[in-house]
Each structure stands twice: as structure tokens, then as C-alpha cells.
Design a protein around this ligand. Structure first.
Ligand SMILES: [Zn+2]
Ligand SMILES: [Zn+2]
Length: 727
């Protein structure tokens, strides 16, 4: 650039021309003209120093003497510097900035800056041309980089994008460049690690590293080769582990196979192994043997004939299944898992009552644990049970006379899907179970809220009972579901019976928000002889009169003459207080001298979990007191869950719940049941925690499941036993 030359020629121009002569077109104008008559150019401006009006062509200010030519030369220099700045910006690819500066110079109309303005214009054209070319190059490189990235060529992406200044990249390309750089550096790290693990023959690590490498760069050729090799190694190694019965290790190995090598064969290996791992876990932690456990162990043993230990386990389970349970209350034979209950004592199903003579264990054994409510109902009919009141609305004439215990009676437990009955007979001062009945509905709409539906599904079962057992000459005691009753447990002060009854009535009046004539109320106060000083536990159980009436008319319409009506919760309380006298302290050992001891002994309790189809009751019974709670969740819920995951109907799901050994993907499909049981358990734990917060807490020494839903595989383990530290 020749700035000096430009300035000097402009200098000479400025000094040579007379006032009024136009500097642009040389027209001579009058000396007072403001604009040129020839070209319209302004002829005057303000002196940059004093503000006086001066001619553009004037050399010095007539007012202040400033060197006007010097001032213009300075301005011209400033524009020249700007031009240089624009060129630098363009050379650094800052095109918009360069254009902006150049546009300022080209916009000058003053003839004294004409040459520099023209120069700026030429430069601007060059810049625009260059900018177009550069943007083409950038777009081209970005496209290439994108394509390279799509085919996993990280190095090419970097090669294409690294030459482009960051500010020329769009957001997408910039992001691509950064992640590619990151990938490339992690790729290098993984490659190094991979080398080390291959040397160490650590195939699981190799598998997972190769997988990562191919995630970063799907076209990584050597990684693909390693993936093939390591898959072969992992399959071989997994087969070895599986042959040794180490299914968990086999699973880990199979899961380390890189995704690109997963196919139908590896999926089948994984599925088989997951199934065997699941079964092996069952065999390790189930607390009791069962037919299901026998079938599962056979599946496992058949799949691995080389493993003598699995065959032994299967044979041991079969043998135990055929052996008779010892003369205890449960029908199950212990297996390896923990049988201790988190509530207290050992957890087991309660199948054979010890407080009654049982002529046929076979009947009770065919539906283990299912008859306990029926037993409790029959017991109240034939003997003096703990709770003596019931919910039956009796005719006025009979109401006043006290009920006389019969010598024989039926307890009829009508559930949502089953009907169970027990006949108890008093003979030679012994209570004997002399007959039983069990029937189950095949209907699938059992949980209908519609009473006519309920009637329809239950009617055939009741008819069968009436026809087979002809109970006409004996009293029949029936049940009402505990979820239809509201129970309150109270501790009254240590006062005499009459006073206690008054206190209880006051409590009922003040605490129950429903008008009493809408309710049927049953009361119980602990016998005073047992507790001289420690207060008296009491219970109030209420149900809406309307519900009771409906229940009675349903039963009567089915042909039953109802002699007594009790909630199944209280029936179980009555049964347990009769059954577990071996747990309660001896009455003669109770005296005032050591009340701490007495209190401790009196709190000794048993826990019952009544697993019904639609409800689950938790009942705690001690020698002097009891407590209960109901959850409106039952076996049906897990049936529905299993029916939906296994895609079978309700009846099949019910069967699969007890024996899931036929489920093809047992480890996946049974998860629905496992989750349902875990949820129920946590709810029971919360309830139980509340029971233990009472002022005279219970000290459970054994825990029992009753009802029918506990026969779901894993029920006893998941609901009742302490969790194994590692599963
Ligand atoms: Zn002019
Ligand atoms: Zn001046």
C-alpha cells in the first residue's frame, strides 16, 4: 500500500485551489455558495478545531489557524488503518467483521477520500469472493466429517475438522468434532487396557472392552476380530462353569459377550443359564421342600446329568417329599433355607391343630392351612372360646337367653373363591374334628362387586356342601370377611368386670363416629382372673348392620340355617387362643409376687398371617390379648400379575403360581409374583411395626401362615422368613 503518496497528492490539491472552487469538479462557485453549482458537492464544513465554517479546499482555518490539510491527512490515515484491519480480519476468516469495516469506508462520499473508498470497494469484493470459497470448503469438510463419523472413521472426522477454525463450524459440526476427539482419546485408553487384558487372558474384561470399543467405533476392524475370538472363548468358558454347576459365573461370562456377537445361539445359552441359576438359588434358599421344588430340581438335574450333586439333591427332595412330617402343626418338611420368621420364632403353614383330635389328617393335608377359620367358627359353636359374642342378628325372643354350646357343629368358611367346612364333635370331653369339606370355584369373575355374581359363583359350592354333608341337624356357624369389620383394641384400667364393661361402652360411644343402631357391635374384655393389676385388654369389633343383614340373607337364600356369624379374624383369634396353650404361661404360675415376670410371660404370642384370595389379615394372639389388621390385597392379585406376564388365563395362572416349574422363562415370568409378594411383605412389616408399638407389646414365639394363598411358590420365604444375607 502507498498511503504516503495518496496523502501528498491530496495535500497539493488542497492548497492549490481558490475559495469557492469545487474540489471535486473544479467548477468556480461564488465565494458565499454552500454547495457546488456543478456537482452538488458541499463546499464548506466546520473547522475540526474551532468549529468555524471553512472551505473544503482551504489549507488553514481563517479563524483559528489550524492546518486543515493536516487534519484531513490524519483522517485519511485512520481510514487506511481501518482498511488494513479489515484485511487482517479477512485473513483470519473473520469475514463478517471485515465486511462491516470495509462497508464503512466504501460509504464515504467526500471526494477527498475517493481513492481510499475505491480501494476498500475492491478489497470488499475480494473478501466476499474469498468468504464464499471458504464457506464452500467448510461445508464440504463438515459433510465429509459427518459421513466419516457415520461409518465410524474417527480419525478422518478429526482430519477434516481440525483444519477449520472453530468459529466457522456450526453447532452440530463443533459437537461432532468434540465428541470425536473424546472418543478418540477414550478409544486409545481402551485399546491399551484391552492389550493388557488379552495378555492376562481375562476374557470377561476383554469382552466388555471390545464391546465399548465397537460402541465408540463400529468399524474398528481389529476390535471386530477380537470380538469373534473372545466370544468363542467366553462361550467355551461359560459352558465349563455351567458344567461345574457354577451358573452365576456362567451368566457373568455370557453377559460379557459383545453385543455384535450376540445371536440366537448365545441368547439361548443365556436363557438356559438364567433359568438354571434361578433354580439353583431356589434350591439353596427355600425353607421347605415341595413338589414344585422337586420338579425344579429334576429340571436342573436332567439338564446337567454329569453333576452327581444335582441328582443327589433331587433324590433327597423326592425322599423328603414322601416322608411324613413329624407330629407337628405343619405339613412341610424343612429344607436348606432359613425358616426363622422376622416376626418371631419359626415360620410355617399351620395345617394340623394339636388342640383337637383329628381323625383324618388326610383331609386337612389335602388343602393344608385352609381350614383354620372353619375350625375357629366350629369351636365357638361347641365350646367356650375367648370371644363369645358374634355378629348374628338374633330374633328378640332368643336374644336374652344365653347360647348353649352344642355337642357338634359345622364351621363354614365362605371365601371369595373357596368354601371350606369343618365339623367338630365333643366326645368324652374331647374336641374332635370329625368331618371336613372343600370346594373351589372355577369361575373367573370371582372378584365381582355384584352380589348376584357372588351368589352365582358360590351357589354351586354351597349346594354341594349341603348335598354331601346334610348339616341340617347341626348348627352351622358362618364367617364374614374381616375386611367388612372394624376392630379397636383398647387397654382398660384394672377394674372389676362390670365397671370395665361400662368403660368399654363409653369408649364405643365416644370413639365410633357411626350411629350405633346402624352397626352390629361385638365386645370382648379380658378375663379379670388372669390379670389382677395390669389393666384389661379389650376389643370392639363392629360391622354395618346392612352388610350383616345382606350376608345373612345371602346365606339363607343358599339354604343355610345360620346359627352363628363371626368375622374370620375373630374366628382365627378364637382358634389360636385355643390352639396355642402350650405357648401361654400356666395360670397357676401367675401371682402378684413377680408381676414383671407375669407381664413378660403374658406377652408371649403367636403371629398368624391369613393369606386369602382378596384380603390378607395379620393377627397376633397372646395369652391375654390379641391384635389384628387387614390388607385388601390377596392371592388373586399375584394371580392376575402372573396371568398377564405369562399370557395365560386365571385358572392356569393359579396353577402356575403354586407350580411355576412349567414356565418356560421362569426367571423372568415369575418376577411379577416375586415383586407382588415383596410389596405385600413390606406392607405387613409396617402393620406389624404398629402392633409392636402398643403399650404392652407382644413377644411372638412362632409365626404361622393360614388360608390358601400361601401355597404360592416362594410365599412362605418371601412373606415370612428372615432374608438371607445374599441371594
Ligand atoms: Zn463540483
Ligand atoms: Zn479553525
Amino acid at each position: 500500500m502507498n498511503t504516503k503518496e495518496t496523502i501528498s497528492s491530496a495535500d497539493s490539491q488542497a492548497t492549490a485551489i481558490a475559495n469557492g472552487t469545487c474540489g471535486s469538479c473544479t467548477t468556480a462557485n461564488p465565494s458565499d455558495a454552500k454547495f457546488c453549482g456543478g456537482c452538488g458537492q458541499t463546499l464548506t464544513e466546520d473547522c475540526a478545531k474551532c468549529g468555524a465554517t471553512v472551505f473544503l479546499t482551504q489549507g488553514f482555518c481563517g479563524e483559528c489557524g489550524a492546518n486543515l490539510a493536516d487534519l484531513i491527512a490524519g483522517k485519511r490515515q485512520w481510514y487506511n488503518d481501518l482498511l488494513a484491519e479489515a484485511k487482517v480480519a479477512a485473513s483470519e476468516y473473520r469475514y463478517p467483521e471485515a465486511r462491516q469495516i470495509l462497508n464503512r469506508i466504501t460509504a464515504l462520499t467526500d471526494y477527498r477520500f475517493q481513492s481510499i473508498s475505491a480501494k476498500a470497494n475492491r478489497t470488499l469484493n475480494k473478501v466476499i469472493e474469498l468468504e464464499g470459497k471458504t464457506l464452500k470448503t467448510v461445508n464440504n469438510a463438515c459433510d465429509k466429517a459427518k459421513q466419516a463419523s457415520e461409518s465410524g472413521k474417527n480419525l478422518e472426522v478429526i482430519e477434516q475438522l481440525k483444519k477449520i477454525p472453530d468459529h466457522l463450524l456450526n453447532e452440530e459440526a463443533r459437537q461432532l468434532f468434540r465428541t470425536t476427539l473424546d472418543r478418540q482419546s477414550s478409544k486409545k485408553e481402551i485399546e491399551q487396557e484391552l492389550k493388557k487384558e488379552i495378555n492376562d487372558k481375562n476374557w470377561e474384561m476383554v469382552g466388555s472392552l471390545v464391546h465399548q470399543l465397537l460402541e465408540l467405533e463400529p468399524s474398528h476392524e481389529s476390535a471386530k476380530r477380537v470380538a469373534k475370538k473372545v466370544t468363542a472363548k467366553l462361550i467355551e468358558s461359560a459352558k465349563q462353569s455351567s458344567e461345574q454347576g457354577r451358573f452365576d459365573r456362567a451368566s457373568e461370562k455370557l453377559n460379557s459377550i459383545p453385543d455384535c456377537e450376540q445371536n440366537a445361539t448365545t441368547q439361548e445359552l443365556l436363557a438356559n443359564n438364567a433359568k438354571h441359576q434361578w433354580i439353583a438359588n431356589e434350591l439353596r434358599i427355600e425353607p421347605y421342600v415341595s413338589k414344585t421344588l422337586a420338579k425344579l430340581s429334576k429340571t436342573l438335574s436332567d439338564a446337567h446329568p454329569q453333576l452327581a450333586v444335582l441328582k443327589e439333591i433331587h433324590q433327597r427332595i423326592e425322599k423328603l417329599n414322601q416322608s411324613k412330617p413329624d407330629a407337628s402343626r405343619t405339613n412341610l418338611i424343612p429344607w436348606k433355607g432359613n425358616r426363622n420368621s422376622w416376626m418371631g420364632g419359626t415360620a410355617a403353614p399351620l395345617c394340623f391343630p394339636q388342640s383337637l383330635v383329628c381323625e383324618s389328617r388326610a383331609a386337612l393335608n389335602s388343602h393344608p392351612g385352609a381350614f383354620n377359620v372353619a375350625i375357629g367358627l366350629a369351636l365357638q359353636a361347641v365350646s367356650e372360646t375367648r370371644v363369645t359374642e358374634d355378629f348374628l342378628i338374633r330374633k328378640k325372643s332368643l336374644f336374652s337367653s344365653s347360647r348353649k354350646a352344642s355337642t357338634a357343629a359345622w364351621g363354614l368358611d365362605i371365601g371369595t373363591s373357596t368354601v371350606k367346612a369343618i365339623r367338630i364333635t365333643r366326645e368324652d370331653d374331647q374336641l374332635k374334628i370329625t368331618d371336613s369339606f372343600f370346594a373351589e370355584t372355577k369361575s373367573s369373575s370371582i372378584r365381582s362387586k355384584d352380589p348376584s355374581e357372588e351368589r352365582k359363583s358360590l351357589a354351586p359350592l354351597i349346594e354341594k356342601f349341603l348335598k354331601e354333608k346334610n348339616p341340617d341337624e347341626l348348627p352351622v356357624w358362618c364367617n364374614i370377611n374381616g375386611s367388612k369389620t372394624v376392630n379397636r383394641f383398647i387397654r382398660l384400667p384394672p377394674v372389676k368386670t362390670k365397671e370395665a364393661a361400662t368403660l368399654l361402652d363409653k369408649e364405643i360411644e365416644s370413639k365410633i363416629p357411626i350411629p350405633l343402631d346402624e352397626l352390629v357391635v361385638t365386645k370382648w374384655i379380658c378375663n379379670e382372673k388372669r390379670l389382677p393389676t395390669m389393666g384389661r385388654p379389650a376389643m370392639v369389633s363392629t360391622a354395618r348392620r346392612e352388610i350383616i343383614s345382606r350376608r345373612i340373607s345371602l346365606l339363607e337364600s343358599l339354604g343355610i340355617k345360620v346359627a352363628g356369624l363371626q368375622s374370620d379374624v375373630i374366628a382365627l383369634v378364637n382358634f389360636a387362643s385355643h390352639e396355642f396353650t402350650d405357648v401361654w404361661p400356666k395360670i397357676e404360675s401367675l401371682n402378684d409376687e413377680n408381676s414383671d415376670c407375669i407381664q413378660r410371660d403374658l406377652s408371649r404370642a403367636v403371629c398368624l398371617i391369613d393369606a386369602g384370595a382378596s384380603t390378607t389379615h395379620l393377627i397376633v394372639v397372646s395369652a391375654e390379648s390379641h391384635w389384628s389388621w387387614t390388607i385388601e390385597t390377596g392371592g388373586e392379585d399375584t394371580t392376575f400379575q402372573l396371568a398377564s406376564t405369562a399370557k395365560v388365563n386365571r385358572q392356569n395362572a393359579e396353577a402356575l403360581k403354586r407350580d411355576p416349574s412349567q414356565l418356560p422363562n421362569i426367571w423372568e415370568q415369575y418376577l411379577a409374583v416375586e415383586t407382588g409378594l415383596d410389596t405385600l411383605r413390606s406392607r405387613i412389616e409396617t402393620m406389624f411395626g404398629d402392633a409392636m408399638k402398643q403399650d404392652n407389646p407382644f413377644d411372638p414365639v412362632s409365626s404361622w401362615c393360614v388360608g390358601g394363598a400361601w401355597q404360592t411358590h416362594q410365599w412362605t420365604r418371601r412373606i415370612m422368613t428372615k432374608k438371607e444375607s445374599a441371594t
